[in-house]
Design a protein around this ligand. Sequence first.
Ligand code: TYD
Length: 405
Amino acid sequence: MLACRICDGRVEEFCDFGRQPLSDAFLGPDGRDDEYFFRLAVGVCSSCAMVQLVEEVPRTRMFHEDYPYRSSGSTRMRRHFERTAEELLAGELSQGDPFIVEIGCNDGIMLKTISRAGVRHLGVEPSGGVAQLARADGVRVTTEFFQESSALTIRKTDGAADVVYAANTVCHIPYMDSIFRGVDALLGPDGVFVFEDPYLGDVIDRTSFDQIYDEHFYLFSVTSVDAMARRFGFELVNAERLPVHGGEVRYTLARKGRRPVAREVHELLAEEERRGLATLEVLRGFAERARGIRERLVALLRELRAAGKTVAGYGATAKSATVLNYCGIGPDLLPYISDTTPTKQGRLTPGSHIPVRTPDSFADPYPDYALLFAWNHSEEIMAKEQRFRQEGGKWILYVPDVRIV
Ligand code: TYD
């Protein structure tokens, strides 16, 4: 029996994407690096409703000096985190001499606004390369994994925190008991633990199966986070749906009984219950739709190749690793992927070994079709790639289904 990482309940597997590489482990151009593979399958806990991977990848394999993902790679996300910081500064961080800790601050996209406002802060970021970018932006960072021991050290050196914040990080961490003990040690009596991550409800609605990869160990819902909070002595007091990264929820947790529970929490809990969000029937339906997308996407790429059309990928996202490896798409169907991240360019995609090129080569010459892997940034990308459209280029999307636009 597979046991839930949160509550030890029975986990039922509902989806299997097969043998997968690490989603952000781009290879050198000769493709000779050793690659780590694991079975990417997902289950749901029959007791606390937490959706989780059935196999865990050791954290140091994913998050290290050369971790390539930069949060600041999108203008919209820069704005989103600026606004988040401003909201925190005007609210939770407005009294006295406040202190905020961010778990997984990446390149400092959020904390740099906090730092500029002169507010005490600390980023805890295990990936050395991106942490260095944050430091260069004036952010105070410690290069390590957040866990109980690091939280205790921070508490000793900096005192209690008013806010522990994390974006697209908490769902990456299997060992939630240590995280909550750390948050408990660090937060003041009225402090809040705020985190935002991809939302199961949106993943089901959009069949965005590519949100499932090594780093996304959990796929949260309001129901499962509510249960997790209670298990660790906290209370879910607010839940706000966010339109970024294909649909997320920002959860606010407080110590039990310290804050009123917002109406939104009750509403979202009721909605999830009504739609049977964590039932095996709904989750198996999602897995079935993902299989359909795989068939239609591969058929389309084969058809285009047979017709002599050129196709390129757009955005070498972590998400694309699941799509490419699940569908068995390699350089024969997709000769290259364009990406703005310097640490991905000139390298090969994990498992599928497709070359990653600069955006300059995307326009030189434009392909007939571009397969949009960074669909969560589509507004921003469509706006900046108008010339591609004007010259006859077409986009291929696969979320919520395969279509050409
Ligand atoms: P993102 O979707 O943010 O996350 P993940 O890797 O977790 O799936 O990744 C976006 C990728 O797309 C990133 O490698 C940068 C790239 N990108 C572009 O190439 N052009 C763009 O205009 C934008 C916004 C992103």
